[in-house]
Design a protein around this ligand. Sequence first.
Ligand code: FES
Ligand code: FE
Length: 376
Amino acid sequence: MTTSPVSPSLIATLPGRYYTDPEIFRQEQEHLFESMWFCAVRAGDLARPGDFRTVQVGRESVVVTRSRSGGLRAFLNVCRHRGARLCTEESGRVRRTLQCPYHAWTYDLDGTLIAAPNLIKMPDVDRVAYGLIKVALREWLGYAWVCLAGEPPSFEETVMGAAVERLGDAAAIEHYGTENLALGRRVRYDVGANWKLIVENFMECYHCATIHPELTEVLPEFAEGYAAQYYVGHGAAFGDDVRGFTVDGSEGFERLPDVADDQDRRYYAITVKPTVFVNLVPDHVILHRMYPLAADRTVVECDWLYAPQVVESGADVSKSVELFHRVNEQDFAACERTQPAMASRAYREGGVLVPNEHHIALFHAWLLERLGSSTG
Ligand code: FES
Ligand code: FE
């Protein structure tokens, strides 16, 4: 359906209902966000044992915490007694245990039930079996990725594979040492648009010349509208007079120590389906995590990550933050401008993709395959 050409140049997009229908969104929750690896939390946000953060993963609330032994753990945020939500705060810190606010069942940071009123009088209760339900967790790029599936898909193929596919080589992303970088800035955007509009927008640069004046100054080839970021191994080159990936092209910071010569003065963008974008430039990494909350609402958390000494020194990161913050605001405004039309009769059959956007049809084909034929 999505790949049938309208004319040789134009390929159909998804019909509008894919961006508005609560039933399709529910299927995406089930078949994507609850079935694939989902980038939940930055590991550095949970620095000390007892730090926790709750995140919405599909239809589930998940609590991610750091255990006393130092590892990260993820659990369904549901008390095993009668189901009260355990952590109601979005983030916080407990001393040693997670205690349910209803009848005070108490779990240690590995999820084991360790105390409850009158538990001593119920010696037959298996404290591990009635512990919190564990959720699979992997760490990569300094983030905790969780998976609700009973049998999670291969992390190497479905998550790390996106970087290999894009950069053409498994080692290339390692050069940025993302897991060792420090958080310079975080901005949270509450976007009134379907998460797929945000992905599609990120995948094409046909709009760059129209809405990204600052970005196309720094990356002149983006003004051509080519999806240069999607040629395997190709990073968009900085303009000749550009000194850094900053809002005015002024000097950035020292190149990250392992970034190779052929990665210098270049920008690489990676989409890790379904909800993560990684942007690599020589002196920092920008990582977007999406939390799709409804068919027409997506929260995006964007982190700007720098060498630890840059953040520790109190250096002014505002010029590099400002560049992609403007790009984000420009992109999200475009997505919000598009969302209402998804419900219009004018978009019942969808719109079209020009040749520079044809690769977006691969995303649509991937989506339809994951959702199965029931919504096709
Ligand atoms: Fe949690 Fe009763 S529901 S202790
Ligand atoms: Fe854009």
